[in-house]
Design a protein around this ligand. Structure first.
Ligand SMILES: C[S@@+](CC[C@H](N)C(=O)[O-])C[C@H]1O[C@@H](n2cnc3c(N)ncnc32)[C@H](O)[C@@H]1O
Length: 186
């Protein structure tokens, strides 16, 4: 995984998914070398870059042009630009024009999560994976309910990472917000 501090960050765009959480998302995404990945809400590019290291092709989309620009800078910094297509727009509009894919990552939805999941499911190849990363209580429930509605069996993992901070007196464990990773296979 790429260390958190190796990402370019700017004010106004959420920082990358933390390294330890990226690790779990990638584990659930099970990306193969010939796969096409769609990353909805690419933000700083945390999951886009990790996917680009594994997949044949990644389509990263975000409705915030600043986020897309930041992802572009991070791709360039890590030499991963050629594998990634950056698309600006709301997922609900952009997904319609995208061809089928193998892995569908959702890290941002602005209240439209059920519709985004359903639209992604339509384009998802057989045995493809959907992985939703959620910090809000409501989106966890929406994700689980929508995946069940689609006939899938969601796998739900919640993690709370505590990261050690080295101080003069010892290592202080600092807790981070819980994150839920909801995934399912078509
Ligand atoms: C928490 S950030 C994602 C962080 C990213 N996974 C990373 O590791 O850097 C969520 C992003 O989703 C985007 N977003 C939210 N709703 C969206 C939508 N409906 N369509 C496209 N992008 C969306 C936001 O603009 C924001 O950049």
């Amino acid at each position: 995984m790429i260390p958190d501090e190796d990402f370019v960050q700017i004010q106004g765009v959420p920082g990358p998914t933390k390294e330890e959480v990226r690790c779990l998302v990638m584990c659930k995404a099970r990306i193969a070398s010939n796969d096409t990945v769609v990353d909805v809400g690419c933000g700083s590019g945390g999951l886009t870059l990790e996917s680009a290291r594994k997949a044949r092709k990644v389509i990263a989309l975000d409705k915030n042009p600043e986020a897309l620009e930041l992802t572009r800078q991070n791709l360039q910094k890590h030499g991963l630009t050629p594998k990634v297509q950056l698309v600006e727009g709301d997922a609900l509009e952009v997904l319609e024009g995208i061809e089928s894919f193998d892995t569908f990552l959702v890290g941002g939805s602005s209240g439209d999560l059920p519709f985004i999941i359903k639209q992604g499911y339509e384009k998802l190849n057989k045995h493809g994976r959907i992985v939703v990363t959620s910090i809000l209580l409501e989106t966890r429930v929406e994700a689980v309910d929508t995946l069940k509605e689609l006939g899938m069996t969601p796998d739900v993992v919640e993690v709370t990472i505590a990261k050690g901070k080295i101080t003069e007196r010892g290592t202080m464990m600092l807790g981070r917000n819980p994150i839920t990773i909801i995934s399912a296979v078509k």
